[in-house]
Design a protein around this ligand. Structure first.
Ligand code: SAH
Ligand code: DHB
Ligand code: MG
Length: 226
């Protein structure tokens, strides 16, 4: 029996969980295969985590979802599956190649009409999302460049209403988050994000550590309560 700190065990347990609880929809395998073939990094959420995003979307009865960081659209597809009838996802991606792959994945899944993919650095495209009246969003998933997480929290609050759920990926990163003196701007971006969440009276939040097919990491979850 492997030990509890063995990443291969985390992956085996993820397989076990997914075999039972996570639908093996060809759309997801296809999207990952196309992303891999196009040379995209495999830094998408895991299947179990994608299913969790779908569940969150359903829990808040999401009609409007914002995602920051599309990659090949794997997490976007999970979020789109959780949408209420006539709901839409707005997803923001800086890398034109990633966006091209994502757009093809959305088309192949028959979901292009429900996903508004905007190409450009999120800090540059977020003002347009607001100006177009896309908000307020019911759910916001932050999963792009980690140093910008503080900016994305600012924009998430601008584009929120009472009851909006804000989820941020990769807030643990093998435990590096606790290194207060880290010289890694990604670690400092996550730490600043968590400090800002903690200091924000409009938010009630926690973070949950995860292990699985994508290693040791975690999600922060913040609910707009004021
Ligand atoms: N949410 C995806 C993974 C996203 S990976 C999934 O789970 O399937 C992070 C993505 O953020 C990458 O595609 C990267 O190109 C993009 N990104 C990096 N900096 C960005 C920025 N400033 N604005 C928007 N997207 C950015
Ligand atoms: C990276 C980014 C992610 O969003 C993720 O889930 C894993 C890794 C990265 O930039 O290395
Ligand atoms: Mg991520």
């Amino acid at each position: 029996m492997p030990t509890a700190s063995d990443p291969s065990l985390w992956s085996q347990v993820d397989d076990y969980i997914c075999d039972r609880l996570v639908p093996d929809d060809a759309m997801f395998a296809q999207a990952l295969a196309a992303s891999d073939a196009a040379g995209l990094p495999a830094i998408n959420v895991s299947a179990a985590q994608g299913r969790m995003l779908e569940l969150f979307a359903r829990m808040v009865n999401a009609r409007r979802i914002l995602e920051i960081g599309t990659l090949g659209g794997y997490s976007t597809l999970w979020l789109a599956r959780g949408l209420a009838a006539d709901g839409r996802v707005v997803t923001l991606e800086a890398d034109p190649h990633h966006a091209t792959v994502a757009a093809a994945n959305f088309a192949h899944a028959g979901l292009s009409a429900r996903i508004d993919l905007r190409v450009g650095r999120a800090i540059d495209t977020l003002p347009g999302v607001e100006a177009d009246g896309e908000g307020p969003f019911d759910l916001i998933f932050i999963d792009a460049d980690k140093p910008s997480n503080p900016d994305y929290l600012f924009w998430s609050l601008r584009l929120s209403r009472l009851g909006t759920l804000i989820i941020c990926d990769n807030v643990v990163r093998d435990g590096h988050v606790i290194a207060a003196d880290s010289s890694d701007p990604r670690v400092q971006g996550v730490r600043r994000f968590l400090d800002l969440v903690a200091a924000e009276p409009r938010l009630m939040a926690t973070a949950i550590q995860t292990v699985g097919a994508k290693g040791y990491d975690g999600f922060a979850m913040a609910l707009v309560v004021g």
